[in-house]
Design a protein around this ligand. Structure first.
Ligand SMILES: *[C@@H]1O[C@H](CO)[C@@H](O)[C@H](O)[C@H]1NC(C)=O
Ligand SMILES: *[C@@H]1O[C@H](CO)[C@@H](O)[C@H](O)[C@H]1NC(C)=O
Ligand SMILES: *[C@@H]1O[C@H](CO)[C@@H](O)[C@H](O)[C@H]1NC(C)=O
Ligand SMILES: *[C@@H]1O[C@H](CO)[C@@H](O)[C@H](O)[C@H]1NC(C)=O
Ligand SMILES: *[C@@H]1O[C@H](CO)[C@@H](O)[C@H](O)[C@H]1NC(C)=O
Length: 415
């Protein structure tokens, strides 16, 4: 079965190219006292994802029909449930998004969560109706918000993709209250988009994006929501954690984004911590990546990115990995490599060694199955010479992003 190239973008979506990093300035972290991480504070905010899994073939056709359901906050941990859990969704196991409200009275948006970028943007009501991707989504109308403050600085952000060498979006900055469930961030600067490329965003189930990376890669030096959550005292610890459900058959529980805490009920064993090696992406040193006893990484750099669907490997490694997996279209330029579904059970584990601990993915974790089409979880992107551990990895492992101690925690997710 041929995989539609539009779909591929989604699979590989959204690695930020911080092309304006010269402009971006590094900010001091606002430190909030960091308590014991395994001891979730009562004010954790839990957001649950809904899960939708559709066959790749149906994805474009059905994506507009995706309806996310309100879900209650987790009560498993004995933490006080957030009183207002935002609606949240997971589409196709390749896109995870939260519901956010902007302005007064609140205007509702679905935002893709992305740890590979640091800006928040939504389509603008000032976006011309000729821009179909805007017209197809919720648009922020500043005239309808009493807490809006104009900024008007021009804004552009670009995302890497496997097609057409990346996509750019244009708009301008605005400022308003941004609420993630109960957590209302005052004076958050974000971008209103007035131009979005069709192919990429037209059919997306999300309206905009929320970047959760370091401020050093924030375009125009905008202070990211995460930093304001901390400085405005809205979360008890300067951390967030992510649990992704890979259960493709159920719409009620696609995962959680926990702002300010960790939920021990969502992982087993201990968290393994690795220091952030460079504060931009959530980047760290990976000791090795071993598949079929072959090493594909020797103390290489890697990032954890929930905005990337697959595992992106450096160009130099993909050919051999494809050989081991027996991909049926090794010369595909699209970056979506297919495997014969019948071979999945025979494929070896891939073992990532991080901070002296081994994190394995089984073939059932790293092969995405859409009906009778099986897509390899490994791809490559031009110009990316580090590993990107995307949702394929993060589905199997609960991850903690600790901006107070600049470290990443990883543990086996409980499913
Ligand atoms: C924006 O909101 C204002 C005030 O409520 C309203 O008059 C205007 O029609 C809205 N614009 C759009 C494009 O919805
Ligand atoms: C707009 O926002 C940017 C980023 O936060 C800030 O540096 C700039 O001073 C703001 N400009 C105005 C006119 O408010
Ligand atoms: C996932 O699917 C299985 C089998 O259909 C079901 O038993 C389980 O409850 C689902 N889990 C979630 C979290 O939806
Ligand atoms: C999700 O699972 C629940 C309970 O396991 C079930 O009641 C519900 O119908 C499922 N939803 C979908 C969309 O499969
Ligand atoms: C892929 O390209 C190489 C080099 O051009 C060629 O030798 C090989 O036959 C191609 N493989 C397939 C499956 O088309």
């Amino acid at each position: 079965m041929r995989v539609n190239s539009k779909v591929l973008w989604f699979l590989l979506a959204l690695v930020l190219i911080a092309f304006s990093s010269a402009e971006a300035r590094k900010r001091k972290h606002n430190r909030v006292r960091v308590g014991r991480h395994n001891n979730p504070s009562s004010s954790h905010y839990n957001v649950k994802h809904d899960l939708k899994s559709l066959s790749i073939k149906h994805k474009l056709k059905l994506s507009k029909a995706i309806v996310d359901n309100a879900v209650s906050a987790s009560t498993k941990t004995g933490t006080t449930a957030a009183t207002n859990a935002a609606s949240l969704g997971n589409a196709y196991n390749t896109e995870y998004y939260i519901t956010v409200h902007i302005g007064t009275p609140p205007q509702e948006f679905r935002l893709l969560i992305d740890t590979g970028s640091a800006n928040l943007w939504v389509p603008s009501s000032k976006c011309p109706s000729t821009v179909k991707a805007c017209a197809a989504h919720q648009r922020y109308n500043s005239s309808a918000s009493s807490t809006y403050k104009a900024n008007n600085t021009a804004f552009q952000i670009e995302y890497a993709s496997n097609t057409a060498g990346g996509v750019a979006l244009d708009g301008f900055l605005s400022q308003d209250t941004v609420a993630i469930g109960d957590l209302a961030i005052k004076n958050q600067v974000f971008a209103e988009m007035t131009n979005e490329p069709d192919g990429t965003f037209l059919t997306s189930p999300f309206d905009g994006m929320i970047g959760l990376a370091y401020a050093s890669i924030s375009i125009n030096g905008v202070i990211p929501p995460l930093y304001n959550l901390i400085s405005q005292g809205l979360i008890p610890e300067p951390i967030f954690s992510i649990y992704l459900n890979r259960n493709g058959t159920n719409a009620t529980n696609g995962g959680e984004l926990i702002l300010g805490g960790i939920d021990p009920a969502l992982y087993s064993g201990c968290l393994t911590y690795v220091p952030v090696s460079q504060q931009g992406y959530w980047q760290f040193e990976m000791t090795s990546a071993t598949l079929n006893d072959q090493e594909f990484c020797d103390n290489c750099q890697a990032i954890l990115d929930v905005g990337t669907s697959l595992i992106v490997v450096p160009n130099s490694e993909i050919k051999e990995i494809n050989q081991i997996l027996g991909v049926t279209n090794p010369n595909a330029t699209s970056g979506a490599f297919l495997v014969d579904c019948a071979t999945i059970s025979k494929l070896p584990d891939i073992i990532f060694t991080i901070a002296r601990k081994e994190f394995a993915l089984k073939s059932t974790d790293y092969i995405l199955k859409y009906g009778n089409t099986c897509v390899s979880g490994f791809s490559t992107l031009d110009g990316i010479d580090f590993w990107i551990l995307g949702e394929v990895f993060m589905g199997a492992y609960y991850t903690v992003f600790d901006i107070g101690y600049n470290q990443i925690g990883i543990a086996t997710a409980v499913h």
